[in-house]
Design a protein around this ligand. Structure first.
Ligand SMILES: *[C@@H]1O[C@H](CO)[C@@H](O)[C@H](O)[C@H]1NC(C)=O
Ligand SMILES: *[C@@H]1O[C@H](CO)[C@@H](O)[C@H](O)[C@H]1NC(C)=O
Length: 428
């Protein structure tokens, strides 16, 4: 207004105003033309921004990780879970009513004390620059480019393909079609209330950014149709999801066979986190080296048979939180199958099998220090006891690319080596 008053104070100035106004409308016209042409992009940007605002909650403290991640310490009551309409009045459970018993202490850190001392030191990289205060949880901040890399805002944080880690397919061709390859051990035919394992951590090479390599536990319920329920936890390398080749702790859940429900980590509402030390999706450090130090992590997922929630524990001390029972149909009761092992995406981009590695990138035959392993694999039974699984089966689509070998001994209980290099003379 003040400027407008000045312009109108003399004739010469008012001519200048006319020129200014004409020039203004000319540029305004240009800008609106170009805006009209680009509307889809700005609309997408708007959607991305809206999604980022939903995901990235206000932080009480922010920690910059050396790997480029930003960890936000978000008040526990402001976490993404509470955006879920069913969790609006949820009373957060700060501890499970039941922790599985038996066998639990028997195997603790046998390998770390016997084979190397480093195993205990495994942690998350961002810890070197700080910790989150009490009553907050650490959340890995989602970057704009990460959402933009997804096929759509809606698909961000979800598995891109439906991948069925299904040992016995009615149609074997279907397994190979998705491009997903597995090397797993599994049990089925009973009611399971959880699973545990200790697995060594590697940094497998990924050939194409849209491929991934992961090692995890699957807790499965229902059929491998449209309604598969799955809770998954492990480590993964996924350039598309995280923008780098770092090995990261992750979880996943779905109640409709990876279609519309569920996501990785805290990228949708579902998982309720209570722990202020471990961030889902953050890098694990250090990782194992071929022929050298081996670092492993223990993962335990179990059902609180009183409240119904599925809990997750990382290592022996970090109870991370839980998936409320209402998220699931079959898993609201129990799991019908447990799987442990590796999965990669083979995009076969150049008509050949990918060179993306599973686990250490070496075959099981190479054994300790060289091959990747799951040891002390256990299930939780209906009496809330950790038990050795019976009748462990194995499955792999192409054992010349990625293989699995099970074994059993006193220290490691039920264990298996798994993984491989992908493309090689026997896997063209
Ligand atoms: C997957 O495809 C490969 C190569 O065509 C074949 O050797 C293998 O038997 C198939 N696996 C299954 C489970 O169908
Ligand atoms: C990830 O590794 C691949 C090779 O395996 C490399 O081409 C790519 O540049 C790496 N990406 C990043 C972000 O470091």
């Amino acid at each position: 207004m003040a400027m407008g008053d000045a312009h109108f104070s003399s004739g010469r100035r008012s001519r200048r105003v006319v020129v200014t106004v004409v020039v203004f409308f000319f540029f305004w016209g240009l800008i609106s033309l170009s805006c009209a042409a680009r509307l889809p992009i700005s609309k997408q940007k708007f959607q991305v921004q809206k999604h980022l605002n939903r995901l990235n909650k206000p932080a009480l403290k922010t920690i910059q990780s050396p790997d480029g991640d930003i960890i936000d310490c978000v008040h526990i009551s402001q976490q993404p879970a509470f955006d879920h309409p069913f969790l609006k009045d949820h009373k957060i459970q700060m501890r499970p009513s039941y922790h599985p018993e038996g066998l639990y202490d028997v195997f603790e850190n046998k390998v770390s004390t016997e084979n190397n001392d480093g195993t205990n030191a495994i942690t998350q990289l961002w810890h070197v620059n700080g910790r989150c205060p009490e009553d907050t949880i650490p959340i890995r901040r989602t970057k704009e480019e990460e959402v933009l890399r997804a096929s759509s805002v809606k698909r961000y944080g979800k598995k891109q393909h439906r991948s069925f880690p299904q040992p016995r397919s009615a149609d074997p061709d279907l397994i190979n079609q998705s491009g997903h390859q597995h090397a797993i051990a599994y049990v089925e035919g009973d009611k399971y209330y959880g699973a545990k394992a200790t697995l060594n951590v590697w940094e497998p090479k990924i050939q194409q950014p849209n491929e991934f390599s992961l090692s995890q536990i699957w807790i499965l319920g229902g059929s491998f149709g449209e309604d598969l329920n799955s809770i998954e936890a492990g480590w993964q390398v996924s350039p598309d999801l995280y923008g780098d080749n770092n090995t990261r702790l992750f979880t996943y859940w779905t109640s409709d066979a990876y279609q519309t429900t569920g996501c990785y980590n805290l990228l949708c509402s579902g998982f309720v986190q209570i722990n202020n030390e471990i961030a889902m999706g953050a890098s694990i450090f250090p990782t194992s080296a071929y022929g050298s130090s081996q670092y492993d992590i223990s993962l335990l997922v179990w059902k609180d048979q009183k409240e119904g929630n599925w809990w997750m524990q990382f290592g022996n001390e970090y109870v991370l939180g839980y998936w409320p029972a209402f998220l699931f149909s079959y898993l609201a009761d129990s799991a019908s199958m447990i799987e442990w092992g590796g999965e990669v995406v083979n995009s076969a981009s150049d008509g050949q099998h990918t060179t993306t590695q599973m686990g250490s990138g070496h075959f099981p035959e190479e054994g300790f220090g060289k091959a990747s392993y799951f040891r002390n694999i256990l299930i939780v039974d209906g009496s809330n006891n950790l038990r050795a699984p019976k009748d462990v089966g194995t499955f792999t689509e192409q054992s010349n690319c990625y293989d699995v070998q099970i074994g059993n001994n006193g220290d490691w209980g039920n264990y298996f080596y798994y993984g491989g290099p992908g493309r090689n003379p026997n896997c063209p």
